[in-house]
Design a protein around this ligand. Structure first.
Ligand SMILES: [Mn+2]
Length: 292
């Protein structure tokens, strides 16, 4: 396992804030796997783009009034998935994640396509058997298969749902009839659609649909395209910045958030909003999750 130089890793940490893996509370893993994108390509560039953008994020969080990076953040070199089958990729991600969890790290994953979450989830479930999932996404990703592939990005939550954890989806505004029917008949899946985002009780309802241990998966397209324009499959509507922070702040303070991933950033030349905002979001989530 190899790690980046501090300057090349998350936040571009300087000597004072440098963290070696052994002393770091947090590890960032880069998972540039992209095989099944259905609309715009480029999500495999997402992890590096988010890391590059993170160099411009302030260490100090004005809301938390501390420097969360002082807990130590190590960034692992990108995993290489060349010439692997989808199953091998999932297995590789599971093993890598599990080794960090075994070392007691808080694991932050920067994905390419959403499929990576399946491998990550398998490792988290081994350590936290009752872990719930909070999914921020424009799509429910509950199709059993897509274009003949059960390991498509469009099916990631169907794979995870096989284990029947509590799943709370927020911002969904594109799905097929079969997915909506599955949501309606599933006791373990609670979906808050895009048109329900303005419900003043939304945050309470989200909290009520989750267990004590929570894993968060953020698909960039769950946000409004004005906030995250460079997602692989955008949809109008979606979460605005402070809508999302209100949710994350409450979930992180009331629940035990055990880790998170950020996926589906497909950077476009000339517009750094998506990767910068996701870098900022990753740092916010680190701060919210680990500041008690
Ligand atoms: Mn997704």
């Amino acid at each position: 396992m190899t790690f980046t130089n501090a300057a090349d890793g998350f936040l571009g940490l300087d000597e004072e804030h440098l963290a070696a893996y052994d002393s770091a509370a947090i590890v960032v893993q880069q998972l540039p796997y992209e095989k099944t994108s259905s609309y715009l390509k480029g999500s495999k560039e997402g992890p590096q783009a988010i890391l590059d953008a993170s160099a411009y994020v302030e260490f100090y969080d004005e809301e938390l009034r501390n420097e969360p990076c002082k807990m130590g953040i190590a960034t692992q070199e990108a995993l290489n998935f060349e010439e692997m089958t989808g199953e091998e990729v999932i297995q590789s991600i599971r093993e890598n994640t599990a080794s960090h969890l075994a070392n007691g790290k808080f694991v932050v994953s920067l994905g390419a396509e959403h499929t990576v979450t399946y491998g990550i989830y398998k490792a988290f479930r081994e350590k936290f058997p009752n872990v719930s999932i909070l999914q921020i996404d424009a799509h429910s990703d509950l199709r059993d298969s897509y274009e003949g592939n059960i390991l498509s990005h469009a099916c990631v939550m169907a794979r995870i749902n096989h284990y029947a954890p509590q799943i709370c989806q927020v911002g969904v505004r594109a799905l097929c009839k079969e997915e909506a029917e599955l949501i309606d008949r599933s006791e373990n899946i609670q979906t808050f659609y895009g048109h329900q985002l303005r419900d003043p009780k939304l945050v309470d309802k989200i909290l009520n649909s989750l267990g004590d241990d929570v894993y968060i998966t953020v698909d960039a397209d769950g946000f409004d395209p004005s906030v995250m324009p460079a997602a692989g499959t955008i949809e109008p509507g979606g979460l605005l910045w402070f809508d999302a922070l209100d949710i994350f702040r409450e979930v992180c303070s009331k629940k035990n958030v055990v880790g998170f991933d950020i996926v589906e950033c497909a950077p476009r030349p000339g517009d750094v909003r998506t990767q910068y905002n996701l870098a900022q979001l990753a740092y916010k989530l680190i701060g919210y999750s680990l500041t008690k």
